[in-house]
Design a protein around this ligand. Structure first.
Ligand code: ZN
Length: 140
């Protein structure tokens, strides 16, 4: 794993949270993006070499809506950047980690992602992410 790519934070409304983080970080989000498959709307802030991802549920059935119901807004996941997500998934499986998806799937910000179940990771939801090839941009 190369670095902490971003920290995901569940928020009730993106509008209020964007304003809060803009004041906090001194700079606004560089993108807002809906990830329909995850039923979330995200916004991304650059913080030096890493990022903060704010996540708002776009549907009451969204995992983010359920998270906020249970725990309230706050840190939702930590994402690690990996060079080869399939190899890393294989390695983690062999190490006994429970993965939440069998195959990498497209996530926000031009990534292939896979989540690791918090039960097998000390109570923390982990995301592996690999920059998508041919995405044209990227590499902060
Ligand atoms: Zn994320």
């Amino acid at each position: 794993m190369n670095k902490v790519e971003h920290i995901g934070i569940a928020v009730e409304t993106l509008e209020a949270a964007n304003a809060l983080y803009t004041r906090l970080l001194g700079v606004g989000p560089y993108k807002t993006e809906e990830v329909a498959t995850e039923k979330v709307i995200t916004s991304f802030f650059r913080v030096g070499d890493t990022k903060v991802e704010l996540l708002e549920a776009s549907d009451p059935q969204s995992p983010i809506a359920r998270f906020i119901q249970k725990k309230g807004p706050g840190i939702h996941h930590i994402a690690f950047e990996v060079a080869d997500i399939r190899a890393e998934m294989q390695r983690l499986r062999q190490e006994g980690f429970e993965l939440l998806n069998e195959e990498p799937k497209p996530g926000a910000d031009n990534k292939l992602v896979c989540f690791v179940h918090p039960k097998s990771a000390g109570g923390v939801l982990l995301e592996l992410c690999q920059s998508m090839p041919n995405s044209g941009k990227r590499k902060v």
